[in-house]
Write a protein that binds this ligand. Structure first.
Ligand SMILES: [Zn+2]
Length: 541
């Protein structure tokens, strides 16, 4: 993320909020502004949805803690998917399961007519991130098992609670509009959203609100910091032979992998500094006395724009072919994931920002701050505790800073989209790490997701009540975003979701993990079930 200045967030009055909402629009658009009566109605409705969310604090905590306890890897979000879709059905949504050739993906719809608002958040965990929550020391629940080392357990709780509060309002006030709740399947592999887009999930959608765990409140517009990417596995095939008796009879696939990696690492010097690329050898052969006949290496090629993502992917392909040539092996490749660079919608981000500023950061207790600092110390991060202020909405950088990717980028080129980062985790942690799981079922997460729900629900009220906002979002999307950028497809028509990729790992760990599933009928919180007293700052001797 770019370094940004912070502003103090004070709760602003409805009147100030209205001023914030409408500041910065061109004068000729004033005609389209809602009337004073509509503005008052919007404010009243926002108060109602905030109350609806307050009334669902318990549900929000149970959903968050339950999904945390499943800790499922990409494409294996079986329990998560079942639990959330059952809950949505019980609440009146009609659910289509297994969409876009992904068994754990779904679309849950409620309502009718326009606008159609799609609300999404990721649901998958990370390998080896199993961690007991609520304690400021390393202790896996199960050694080597996956877990929510990014906090993707929290986003659906944010969205579903917001949607239920808005649904109550829509029923009571007879408001037209359709809510579509969908999951970011396999986000940690950048393996879901491009397929959802290709399957047409966003075809009739007017606006997409995406939520992601963060350590403060923030949204953005324009091209965000970070990259898009292509993830691809190269497999080399040679011939085995006795590595000591007749090595000259073999053709060594592992040597091809090594040559490809050396080739790529030398080539880095001539690539733009914005690129990020990394690889892991997924198959290096069986045993040393057998010349490896098959070997594979898995690459991520990241860049900040479509052209350079494709360019680096093509360089990678060429190097793989050269390595095959040098070793008399054959190379094939399989695309595992792809993500477009992200570009977010300005009019919706501005409205979301005003809602962020109205809600503000949760009031953290002294215990929560002490705990956050202890976890920061544990991971050698800056010890400044939990965020107190929301980030300011700023114009995007002329040259976006490089960094990670999120396949919400693909959605952002399909429909007007914004991302809300809500304050449910501790700042200054490593990311993609067991430590990022520690806070995710504590009061820190529980407060942060409720605050996030409020902002999502209030922004939904704006979208439902303001056709002018939907129009402006579309104008920005077509006349600014699409006009000024070249969008290139990163997935080929033949690329399919690699749904088998984590099957064996989950089959190995699931029986043990099942013993740690949260039973909300017996325990108030997941921490209570685990016997964790919050905050636990040191490991008992
Ligand atoms: Zn994520």
């Amino acid at each position: 993320m770019l370094g940004r200045t912070r502003v103090t967030t004070a709760s602003v009055s409805g009147l100030t909020l209205a001023a914030l909402l409408y500041a910065g629009f061109p004068a000729d658009a004033q005609q389209a502004r809602p009337s004073n009566a509509n503005t008052a109605r919007i404010e009243r409705f926002k108060t109602a949805v905030v109350e609806g969310i307050e009334a669902r604090r318990k549900l929000s905590q149970v959903m968050n803690d339950t999904v945390f306890s499943f800790g499922e890897l990409a494409y294996e979000e079986v329990e998560t998917s079942k639990y959330l879709t059952d809950l949505l059905e019980k609440n009146g949504f009609s659910v289509e399961r297994g969409i876009a050739h992904m068994p754990t993906a779904w679309a849950a719809r409620w309502g009718s007519g326009r606008p159609v608002i799609a609300i999404g958040s990721d649901i998958d965990g990370l390998p080896k991130a199993s961690q007991k929550p609520g304690v400021a020391y390393r202790e896996p629940l199960i050694e080597g098992a996956p877990g929510h080392g990014e906090g993707h357990n929290s986003g659906q709780a944010v969205n579903i609670v917001a949607a239920l509060a808005v649904k109550d309002l829509m029923e009571r006030e007879n408001l037209p509009g359709t809510l579509v709740i969908w999951p970011g399947v396999a986000e940690e592999l950048l393996g879901g959203k491009a397929h959802l887009v290709r399957a047409g999930l966003f075809k009739d959608v007017d606006a997409a609100l995406f939520t992601h765990v963060g350590d403060t409140f923030e949204t953005s517009w324009g091209q965000s910091a970070g990259t898009g990417m292509i993830s691809v596995e190269y497999t080399f095939e040679g011939e085995s032979a006795h590595a000591a008796a007749r090595p000259w009879r073999g053709r060594n696939a592992l040597r091809a992998v090594e040559l490809m990696n050396i080739g790529w690492d030398f080539r880095r010097e001539q690539l733009r500094p914005q690129q990020r690329s990394h690889y892991v050898i997924t198959n290096g052969g069986d045993q040393p006395n057998v010349i490896p006949s098959v070997a594979s290496v898995w690459y991520f090629f990241r860049e900040t724009d479509f052209e350079n993502i494709k360019l680096n992917y093509e360089i990678g392909n060429k190097i793989s072919e050269a390595a095959a040539m040098m070793t008399d092996t054959k190379v094939t490749r399989k695309v595992i994931g792809a993500a477009a660079p992200r570009h977010f919608n300005k009019p919706i981000a501005e409205v979301m920002q005003s809602n962020i500023e109205k809600i503000g950061l949760p009031k953290w207790s002294e215990e929560e701050q002490t705990f956050a600092k202890a976890v920061q110390r544990l991971t050698a991060g800056k010890e400044d505790g939990l965020s107190l202020t929301a980030k300011k909405l700023e114009a995007p950088a002329a040259e976006p800073e490089s960094g990670g990717s999120d396949d919400i980028g693909d959605v952002s080129w399909a429909v007007p989209t914004v991302t809300l980062r809500y304050p449910a985790n501790i700042p200054n942690l490593p990311g993609h790490n067991w430590a990022n799981a520690i806070a995710m079922t504590t009061p820190i997460a529980h407060k942060g997701i409720v605050a996030g729900s409020k902002v999502v629900a209030m922004t939904m009220v704006d979208l439902l009540l303001r056709p002018d906002l939907i129009r402006e979002a579309k104008t920005y999307f077509t006349d600014v975003q699409l006009k000024n950028n070249t969008v290139l497809p990163l997935l080929a028509d033949t690329d399919e979701p690699q749904i088998q990729i984590n099957r064996e790992t989950m089959e190995r760990f699931r029986p043990e993990m099942r013993k740690f599933y949260y039973d909300a009928t017996k325990y108030d919180t997941y921490l209570e079930q685990l016997g964790v007293k919050f905050p636990t700052l040191t490991k008992p001797q």
